[in-house]
Design a protein around this ligand. Structure first.
Ligand SMILES: [Zn+2]
Length: 324
């Protein structure tokens, strides 16, 4: 239900206004930072659109227990599709499970479905997660369907990279902007997921307002908990704890570099003279360079190891339990 989503009151109140007015934009773009709750909100909106419980509907929310709600929650409602890579992997076309972005074959299948009328619900809802991953063929195949959908059809595109989307798609959607979550809210959400308070706080502080990033951070901190930042072997120990899969390793290395940058920035703000400030500025620029390198095709472990060797004199202070 909507009240389970923290820190997005503005976006949610806008959705409730649409529900109260009975005027729902037929193509919407939910955008904002990764892990801000966009996909979760989109699912809840789908529930609210088709919930049959009068009391819940009055508050612009859903009951979670009527047949429509339960079928949507279980992913078996005939009028509801949540298209992400996991769903795409189950779709009937060649090599579906190998695709790393939303492809045109998947779009052809869901657009065909979008033309059928709702069977059980008032609305048919198709959510496309990570919509920016559609390349031009897929995006172009989608275009005319979001332009003139049947009256009971609602499209919701979800993205954390709005700038990477085709302007023609964006211009046809009603945009709903999600906030970066305050650290305290992220901490609260991690707490509700079972993380202990101190690790939730450290992870939230490193995550820049994103719950999914904070979860990764909490796991990363747990993994390097045994490594002693005062020791020369620290860089190798940290790097040996990076995930085996490249995208995860890249995210973790990037997170560790963020922690370094935050630590150096902290020293900079407390520096006693210009010389120290200049020195720290040069070091911060280097970290930015390493961050760009991690985003490109350079090995994340190589980059992180190099960075941690360069910051050997301050690693202990920065990675000390209380700081990170
Ligand atoms: Zn319901």
């Amino acid at each position: 239900m909507f009240n389970e989503i923290l820190g997005q009151d503005k976006a949610i109140s806008q959705l409730k206004k649409y529900l109260a007015a009975g005027k729902i934009p037929q193509a919407m773009l939910f955008c904002g930072a990764e892990g801000a709750g966009k996909a979760k909100t989109a699912k809840n909106f789908a529930l609210a659109l088709n919930c049959t419980d009068a009391a819940a509907r009055k508050t612009g929310d859903s009951c979670g227990v009527c047949q429509n709600c339960r079928s949507i929650l279980n992913g078996v409602h005939p009028d509801y599709i949540f298209l992400d890579l996991a769903y795409q992997a189950t779709m009937p076309f060649k090599d579906a499970e190998k695709k790393q972005h939303i492809v045109v074959d998947a779009i052809r299948i869901v657009t065909a479905r979008s033309l059928q009328h709702a069977v059980l619900g008032r609305y048919k809802i198709i959510i496309i997660d990570k919509a920016e991953s559609m390349q031009s063929e897929a995006a172009n195949a989608l275009l005319k369907f979001i332009e003139e959908p049947p009256p009971d059809m609602i499209w919701i595109l979800v993205t954390s990279k709005k700038e990477a989307m085709l302007p023609t798609i964006k211009s046809r959607c009603q945009t709903l902007q999600f906030n970066n979550l305050p650290d305290n809210t992220v901490k609260q959400i991690l707490g509700s997921l079972g993380f202990e308070e101190s690790s939730a706080a450290r992870a939230a502080a490193a995550a820049g307002g994103s719950v999914s990033r904070a979860i990764k951070a909490a796991e990363f901190f747990a993994n390097i908990a045994g490594a002693d930042a005062a020791k020369e072997t620290f860089p190798y120990e940290v790097v040996s704890n990076l995930s085996r899969t490249l995208p995860d390793a890249r995210a973790e290395a990037s997170l560790a570099l963020d922690i370094l940058a935050r630590g150096l920035h902290d020293f900079w703000s407390k520096a006693e003279n210009d010389k120290m400030r200049e020195d720290l500025k040069t070091r911060l620029e280097k970290i930015s360079f390493f961050k760009r390198a991690v985003r490109r095709n350079v090995s994340p472990s190589l980059v992180l190891e190099t960075a941690l060797i360069e910051t050997a004199d301050v690693n202990e202070k920065i990675f000390k339990r209380d700081n990170v």
